[in-house]
Unconditional design. Structure first.
Length: 205
């Protein structure tokens, strides 16, 4: 009974999260009009002969929209790498737009370097098994192809987990641990999951 209640609460939270992501996407679409206005103002300045145009407002608005888009991707993907992307753009916006002290800028650069190292670790965390190579779901397909010499199509998903998910939906295969996708001479199997999220896959060549 308790487990069923937990499952219902988890599903309700997931649906609510999707709704919030959808509303956020609509809001960002409306807010994007500000970019057009900023471009119009810059163009007007050039027409009037004023070439000393400050683009801080344009950069601030553009980066703010990008952060919003990355936030939606984080809600949709539920991967650590997507969370890192949001933090990267947020810190970059603070460094570029705001007039900080040299110390604040240095701290921001160090934070970005740490986030890049973290993202590289998340994408490259692999280990061998007796049956194949185990990859984190957030690893890019092109990196898997480069490491194993496989030819997994990149147009069906940028990450290996995204590829498996899209192929499983296309072939109407239930997405669960042990789910197998065959492509050419390669077999990709779901190795572990976190609720409905593909966490790790094992690639058999």
């Amino acid at each position: 009974m308790k487990q069923q209640l937990r499952n219902h609460v988890a599903k309700t939270a997931s649906y609510l999260e999707i709704c919030i992501a959808a509303f956020t996407l609509i809001s960002i679409g409306i807010f994007s009009v500000i970019i057009i206005h900023d471009l119009y103002v810059i163009l007007q300045e050039f027409i009037t002969g004023n070439f000393d145009v400050k683009v801080e407002h344009f950069l601030a608005d553009a980066l703010q929209i990008i952060i919003g888009i990355e936030f939606i991707k984080m809600l949709a993907k539920h991967t650590p790498s997507s969370a890192v992307e949001v933090l990267l753009f947020a810190i970059a916006r603070k460094i570029i737009v705001e007039h900080n002290t040299m110390l604040d800028t240095l701290i921001g650069v160090v934070a970005i370097a740490i986030l890049f190292a973290t993202r590289k670790y998340l994408h490259s965390a692999t280990r061998e098994s007796t049956d194949g190579m185990i990859f984190n779901g957030g690893m890019y397909v092109k990196e898997v192809n480069k490491m194993l010499g496989t030819e997994i199509p990149e147009n069906m998903g940028h990450t290996i987990a995204g590829f498996v998910y899209n192929q499983a939906v296309k072939q109407e295969i239930p997405i669960k641990v042990g789910c197998k996708i065959n492509i050419d001479n390669t077999r990709i199997e779901v190795y572990s999951m976190d609720d409905e999220l593909i966490k790790q896959v094992i690639v058999h060549k």
